[in-house]
Ligand binder design. Sequence first.
Ligand SMILES: *[C@@H]1O[C@H](CO)[C@@H](O)[C@H](O)[C@H]1NC(C)=O
Ligand SMILES: *[C@@H]1O[C@H](CO)[C@@H](O)[C@H](O)[C@H]1NC(C)=O
Ligand SMILES: *[C@@H]1O[C@H](CO)[C@@H](O)[C@H](O)[C@H]1NC(C)=O
Ligand SMILES: *[C@@H]1O[C@H](CO)[C@@H](O)[C@H](O)[C@H]1NC(C)=O
Length: 396
Amino acid sequence: MFIIIMFFIIACMMNLSISRPSLDNEDNRFPVENESEEVRLAAIKRLLEVFGMEDPPASVVRNHKQPPQYMLDLYNTVADVDGVTKDPTLLEGNTVRSFFDKLHSEQIAFVFNLSTVARSEKVLTAELHLFKLRSQASLTFSRHHFCQVSIYQVLDTAKMNISQGRRLVSSRLIPIQSTGWEVFTITQAVRSWISGEHSNLGLLVTVRTLAGIQTDLRTVRFASGQNHHHSKQPMLVLFTDDGRRTTSLEGPLKGSDDTIAGPRLPLPNLTLPAAKHRVARSLDYEDDRERTPCQRLPLYVDFEEIGWSGWIVSPRGYNAYHCKGSCPFPLGQNMRATNHATVQSIINALKLTKGIETPCCVPDKLFSINLLYFDDDENVVLKQYDDMVAGSCGCH
Ligand SMILES: *[C@@H]1O[C@H](CO)[C@@H](O)[C@H](O)[C@H]1NC(C)=O
Ligand SMILES: *[C@@H]1O[C@H](CO)[C@@H](O)[C@H](O)[C@H]1NC(C)=O
Ligand SMILES: *[C@@H]1O[C@H](CO)[C@@H](O)[C@H](O)[C@H]1NC(C)=O
Ligand SMILES: *[C@@H]1O[C@H](CO)[C@@H](O)[C@H](O)[C@H]1NC(C)=O
């Protein structure tokens, strides 16, 4: 069953010319021995490529590592329970990556290892998320209610306390008494790391009073990865696009049901022995597909069955659907036929030219799905994949 499903996906989505084994015929399966193991591995490798990976993420042992709440919330905002994109306009790019600090410094300084970001990936926005803790020092310290928090890109670790060794990337006033997440946009710094313009020496955060005096670290404190709860760790969030968006078919973006064609050809009024003709055909083929009209049927892709549940956080699987059925003359409106298909079905019915089949029942609208997963470096990534779910089927 598994291999059949794999081939289904590959044949349908990658337009490979693999003939589809009949689901109805149990004896028609691939041999379930050695040879099939090769096919299985090749199929899974191909499926990984569909998901933009060469190999499954290496570190499979994940002792119940908890994905950042921010990423879980983001996933639930963009995707429904099946992982299908709710609103394609919510994310500008197709990838969101989260990173934890690797430095664990005494100062408010952070280093994020961005080695998993491909050079070809376009950085749209980069955000530093810091959790501000309650102030420990008494308020007597300051007449001011705000402090100035500045984020610097470190250019020279030996001189990072003076202006020559760092570059200001973001700065903002924050209420001294506030607690909770503060987000700073640091796109400029991340772009310079990824392009190789500057090597990634990390970020330094300074906190000053409005009079410009550097404050005591007890007055304004941010959670660190070392001393505070996992859920409050400093985090870098990268919104990127890997340029893999396809343009093959109209997706939900371009939308409505009548995008398929311009004006439709009126249904032809030919006086054909159509019914008789169809009966003859179905007797010839003795195939159920010939009789059921083109329709969308379920096709569940189970990540656990494929062995990917270790690194995929959400969803557990998704319904890709598949298109099945016949497209006989005359094609009604509900067959969502293109003009081309209508003409082909007429030519087929009239037998004007030999060897012209009826049109094919194929997906004519595809939706994207979202995957929340751990990458090679155990960072949590949210990625959108286009054209993964058949939204509707039509005769083409
Ligand atoms: C499978 O491979 C093993 C060893 O590689 C061999 O002994 C066995 O006969 C093979 N089975 C089939 C069905 O080819
Ligand atoms: C920068 O200042 C902090 C505290 O003010 C100090 O701990 C650190 O060693 C200094 N770093 C350098 C490179 O001078
Ligand atoms: C189409 O069929 C209808 C009735 O079946 C008939 O009234 C009409 O004249 C036909 N149109 C053409 C173009 O043959
Ligand atoms: C970043 O992570 C990669 C992969 O885990 C590792 O090979 C590399 O050494 C790391 N780089 C630094 C600077 O720690």
